[in-house]
Design a protein around this ligand. Structure first.
Ligand SMILES: *Cc1c(COP(=O)(O)O)cnc(C)c1O
Length: 360
C-alpha cells in the first residue's frame, strides 16, 4: 500500500486510522455479519452509531443543550436555500460576501427576499476579510450570513462580525473542527462533511432550537424544513448512514488525539511551516493578506502561469496530489486539513525549496 500526500480541497484527506478501522469493519461490523452500509438505519446497532456520533460531536464542540445537531443531505449548497426558506421570516437578511461560496449563498438568498450585501472583498479578488465591526445592519434583518473560511481564496474570519444583535449564520464547511469555537455566538453553523470531517453526502447543521419552528416560507418542501429533521432525530427519511458512521469515527479520533484545543495548536504549527516558507521564498508567494490567512487552505503562486503548471506537474510526480488551485483562480492551493500530517507539510516545503533552487 502506498499513500500520497493529498492536498485536495474536498473531498479531502481522512485520518489513516479511521480508514483502517472502516476497512476492518467493512464486511462484518462488530459481529453483525454485515457492513454499516447494508444495515437498516432503524436498527439498534445503527442507532448506537448515530447517537454516539452526535454525543461525541457535542463533547468536542461543547455544544449547549439548546442547540440541535442535524445530519442532513444535499451538501452545503442546499443550505444556501434552506436557510432563507426557514429563517427569512421578514424577507430580509444581510450577507457578507468574501468569496464564491458566500456569493452563491447570497444569490440564493435573493430568490426568497431582500438579501443585502453588507460588505464584500471582491475588489481585491477576495484576498482579505473586510472590516466587519460596523456594518449597515438593520433591525429588520432576519440574520447575518458569513462563510467563515473561504476554501477557494484561503481567507478566514479571525473575529466574527459585529451583527448588532442579529442572529449570525455561518458556513464553516472548510474550518469545521479545526479549532474550538464558541457555539453560543452563532444562531446556526453548518458544514459539508467532505472538507474536514468525512465523506461527501452529509451536512452537519448545529442550530439554536428556538429558531426551529413550523413558521417557514410558504412552499417550503417537507424535506427542506429543519423542524421535520429535528423532530425525527435526523431520521425522517434514510439518513446518509455510512457517511455519518465515518464522521463518528473522525470525532472519536479528534477526541482521542486531544480535542480541538490540541488540534488548533497542531494546525497553527502546520500552517506556520508553509506560510513562513512562502514569506521567505523568492519564487513562491501567498495570495492572501497575512491578517486574513486560513489555517486550512493556502493558495500561492509563482507569478508565472507556465512555472505554476510545471510545479503542479512535478509535484504530482513526486507524490503531492491536488495542488492545483481552484479552476476559477489558477495558481496552487494546498489544503492542509486536520488529517494532513505535519510530515506532509514539511515534505511539501522541502519539495518547494528544491523546485525554487532548480528554477531560479
Ligand atoms: C465546498 C464548499 C461548499 C459546497 O459544498 P457542497 O457540499 O459541494 O454543496 C460550500 N461552502 C464551503 C465553504 C465549501 O468549502
Amino acid at each position: 500500500m502506498s499513500r500520497v500526500y493529498n492536498f485536495s480541497a474536498g473531498p479531502a484527506v481522512l485520518p489513516v486510522e479511521v480508514l483502517q478501522e472502516a476497512a476492518d469493519e467493512m464486511l462484518d461490523y462488530k459481529g453483525c455479519g454485515m457492513s454499516v452500509m447494508e444495515m437498516s438505519h432503524r436498527s439498534k446497532v445503527y442507532e448506537t452509531i448515530i447517537t454516539e456520533a452526535e454525543a461525541d460531536l457535542r463533547t468536542l464542540l461543547n455544544i449547549p443543550d439548546n442547540y440541535k445537531v442535524l445530519f442532513l443531505q444535499g451538501g452545503a449548497s442546499t443550505q444556501f436555500a434552506m436557510i432563507p426558506m426557514n429563517f427569512m421570516k421578514h424577507r430580509k437578511a444581510g450577507y457578507i460576501v468574501t468569496g464564491q461560496w458566500a456569493k452563491k449563498a447570497f444569490a440564493e438568498g435573493k430568490i426568497y427576499g431582500e438579501a443585502v450585501e453588507l460588505a464584500s472583498s471582491a475588489d481585491k479578488t477576495f484576498s482579505y476579510i473586510p472590516d466587519c465591526s460596523d456594518l449597515p445592519i438593520t433591525d429588520d434583518m432576519d440574520y447575518v450570513y458569513i462563510c467563515e473560511n473561504n476554501t477557494i481564496y484561503g481567507t478566514k474570519f479571525k473575529t466574527l462580525p459585529n451583527t448588532k444583535g442579529r442572529d449570525l449564520i455561518a458556513d464553516v464547511s472548510s474550518c469545521f473542527l479545526s479549532e474550538p469555537v464558541d457555539v453560543t455566538k452563532y444562531a446556526m453553523l453548518y458544514a459539508g462533511a467532505q472538507k474536514n470531517v468525512g465523506p461527501a453526502g452529509v451536512t452537519i447543521c448545529i442550530i439554536r432550537d428556538d429558531l426551529i419552528t413550523e413558521d417557514v416560507l410558504p412552499g417550503t418542501p417537507t424535506m427542506l424544513r429543519y423542524k421535520i429533521h429535528a423532530d425525527n432525530g435526523s431520521m425522517y427519511n434514510t439518513p446518509p448512514a455510512y457517511a455519518i458512521y465515518i464522521c463518528g469515527k473522525v470525532f472519536k479520533w479528534l477526541l482521542k488525539t486531544g480535542g480541538l484545543e490540541k488540534r488548533k495548536e497542531i494546525n497553527e504549527a502546520k500552517a506556520k511551516i508553509l506560510y513562513d516558507f512562502l514569506d521567505s521564498s523568492q519564487l513562491f508567494k501567498g495570495t492572501v493578506e497575512p491578517a486574513s490567512r486560513s489555517l486550512m487552505n493556502v493558495p500561492f503562486i509563482t507569478g508565472d502561469a507556465d512555472l505554476d503548471a510545471k510545479f503542479i506537474k512535478e509535484s504530482k510526480a513526486a507524490g503531492f496530489e491536488n495542488l492545483k488551485g481552484h479552476r476559477t483562480v489558477g495558481g496552487m492551493r494546498a489544503s492542509i486539513y486536520n488529517a494532513m500530517p505535519v510530515e506532509g507539510v514539511e515534505a511539501l516545503v522541502e519539495f518547494m525549496k528544491k523546485f525554487e533552487a532548480e528554477n531560479k
